[in-house]
Write a protein that binds this ligand. Structure first.
Ligand SMILES: [Fe+2]
Ligand SMILES: [Fe+2]
Length: 609
């Protein structure tokens, strides 16, 4: 496929993706469209990725081949990727190639511009990692600060942007503040009258980033204190006494920007900036918790002059903060916190239902996550379950379908074993096998929870999981590898034996049965292994056979899968479970779920929400 063909496909894809689902359409129509879109998406992305990777390999070996034509083409790709396809790792690849090329050829201007690109992509990709210690690119950009006066207007802007991205650092929050201070004093030393307005706007953004990270750290600190943990040893520690003047300064400037007439902010930006200001006021002791919550609530209002997306953003963002402060920082009694949190979760999810167009993007995933995360600290496990499920429907339909499919497949295996060999379940979730034999409903209920939560950690990396049509890059894989362990980050309530079983299924479902491969490295001893084994098999079967929703699903059939499982008995999968797959009744039920139920679940979800 050449460049022109690629462009045409891309246009087609855009049209297709915009087509709304009509609730009156038949199941065949809906499924047909889904298959079409996912196969087009896959085709386009794969073609595009292949072309680029080919070019990049070629130029890395012989940089002299990068003539102005191919340079233009790659740049074109880059802007299309950023704007339309959003495949960050590929865009990052191109930027890195350009960066290397321009540096080697001594093109200072363009090097600086590429440093900006690389900084942005690096942050988008790595920021998911909780110990993200900043990007190397802003640090590389610092070397050009001395040359500032000699740069073109565009390069000046790029340099400025890269430097400011240096404040993003999850591992060391005070680093961000220090960078902010450094840039602030440097700005005084430069002479750039043409850039005054640009500096004001970008600097306001930089301050907000720094403020946002600081607040996040302060919230963590308060929660840690509440739980009786030693705060000063935490890596997120910010000395509020010492940093108060700076936090105050950040807050004051953010307030000023909000009030100034010509600030070019969108409503969404203004809501976020406003929320930061009231939170900072609280941490600085200027307002009480009660006042803070009241103010946050005001920001969640869905005003008439807001667009649907803005309403959604205000609703999600403000309430996510509301619930976080309420649950983690306030002194209200448990009962009040519990009632209020449930009320807010319901309010947010009800509101989300009418704002389809805004859902599914990163901001929403993040807010849902925050909401669920905070709610889990106080809400009981059943309420948590409802919240997670509802949120998944809104935030990522493919994940929801996968979850439901895994649940149904697990039920078949569970039923079969309960019927033929209940002893298999001895000691699962603290129950004896006789208890399982005598109470199938309870066993099923537990299985359901394990299935529903096994991928909950994907909220941290949804944008990758749902967007890829190629092999994962190392960075992406690092992020994905975190998803089994993320259950603990999300569920912060007290662990009963039951929750422990759910946790083990989430944690261990990608680890090989013999624990030699997969992730996370090294298992943990658990009596819940029978449930983990079931989830692990059901999970792989759904993932490998789905040809509807997964843009890179291989769409294998069950027979192929069973053959594959046979070769991985007692290595990747439990041989015991693999053998059950070949039983006639199990196989029949699996065929039905994979061929008929999957379509029904997709149909339901795409037509009713
Ligand atoms: Fe998974
Ligand atoms: Fe899964």
């Amino acid at each position: 496929m050449d460049y022109k063909e690629y462009r045409e496909l891309l246009l087609q894809y855009r049209e297709l993706d915009k087509t709304p689902f009509d609730p009156k359409e038949t199941m065949e129509d809906v499924i047909g469209k889904l298959i079409h879109i996912s196969s087009e998406k896959k085709r386009i992305k794969t073609a595009c990725n292949e072309i680029i990777e080919e070019y990049i390999k070629k130029y890395e070996k012989s940089p002299e081949l990068l003539d102005s034509d191919s340079e233009k083409m790659l740049k074109d790709f880059l802007s299309t990727l950023v704007g339309e396809v959003g495949d960050t790792p590929i865009a990052f690849l191109i930027s890195k190639l350009f960066l290397k090329y321009y540096r080697d050829t001594g093109d200072k201007e363009r090097t600086i511009i590429m440093l900006e690109y690389c900084s942005v992509f690096d942050i988008i990709i790595k920021e998911h990692l909780d110990d993200y210690a900043g990007s190397e690119y802003p640090r590389m950009a610092e070397k050009y600060m001395e040359d500032f006066d000699s740069l073109s207007e565009q390069a000046k802007r790029s340099l400025f942007n890269s430097l400011m991205l240096g404040v993003v650092n999850r591992k060391d929050m005070t680093y961000g503040l220090r960078k902010y201070k450094e840039i602030k004093s440097w700005v005084k030393s430069i002479n750039w009258p043409e850039g005054k307005e640009f500096i004001d706007i970008q600097f306001a953004r930089c301050r907000e980033n720094a403020l946002g990270f600081t607040l996040e750290a302060l919230r963590r600190e308060e929660y840690a204190k509440k739980k009786g943990e030693k705060v000063s040893e935490s890596e997120y520690f910010i000395d509020i006494e010492k940093e108060a003047p700076f936090i105050e300064e950040l807050m004051r400037f953010t307030e000023e920007t909000l009030e100034s007439e010509n600030s070019q902010k969108t409503i969404t930006d203004r809501v976020v900036a406003g929320l930061y200001c009231v939170q900072a006021a609280y941490h600085l002791g200027k307002i009480t918790m009660e006042e803070l919550l009241k103010k946050i609530d005001e920001y969640s209002e869905q005003r008439e002059d807001y667009s649907a997306a803005e309403k959604c953003s205000a609703l999600f963002t403000a309430n996510a903060y509301y619930i976080d402060y309420l649950c983690k920082c306030s002194d209200y009694d448990q009962k009040y916190v519990l009632d209020k949190s449930s009320e807010i979760v319901d309010k947010v999810l009800a509101g989300a239902k009418n704002m389809e167009e805004y859902l599914g993007n990163y901001q929403t995933n993040y807010c849902v996550l925050m909401l669920v995360n905070s709610a889990s600290a106080v809400i009981n496990f059943d309420a948590f379950k409802t919240t997670v499920l509802k949120s998944t429907v809104y935030a990522n339909k493919a994940l929801y379908v996968h979850t439901m499919m895994v649940k149904e497949l697990c039920f078949v295996l569970l039923d079969y074993i309960l019927e033929h060999d209940p002893k298999y379940f001895d000691n699962v979730a603290g129950h004896t096998w006789e208890e399982f034999r005598d109470n199938h409903d309870e066993a099923k209920e537990l299985m359901e929870k394990c299935a529903l939560f096994h991928d909950i950690g994907k909220y941290f990396c949804l944008d990758y999981v749902s967007n890829s049509s190629r092999n994962l890059t190392d960075d992406e894989f690092e992020v994905i590898k975190d998803h089994p362990a993320n259950f603990l980050k999300i569920y912060q309530g007290k662990m009963s034996r039951e929750v422990e079983c759910v946790h083990d299924c989430a944690l261990l479902h990608h680890l090989w049965y013999n624990e030699t491969r997969g992730y996370p490295n090294g298992g943990r001893h658990t009596y819940n292994k029978p449930y983990v084994n079931i989830i692990s098999v059901a999970d792989s079967i759904d993932a490998a056979t789905d040809n509807i929703g997964r843009p890179y699903g291989q769409g294998k059939n069950l027979d192929d899968m069973i053959e594959e499982f046979d070769s991985m008995k007692d290595t990747r999968y439990s041989g015991y479970i693999c053998d059950i797959l070949s039983e006639g009744e199990v196989r029949e039920k699996f065929e039905y779920i994979l061929n008929t139920r999957r379509k029904e679940i997709y149909f339901d979800i795409y037509t009713s929400y």
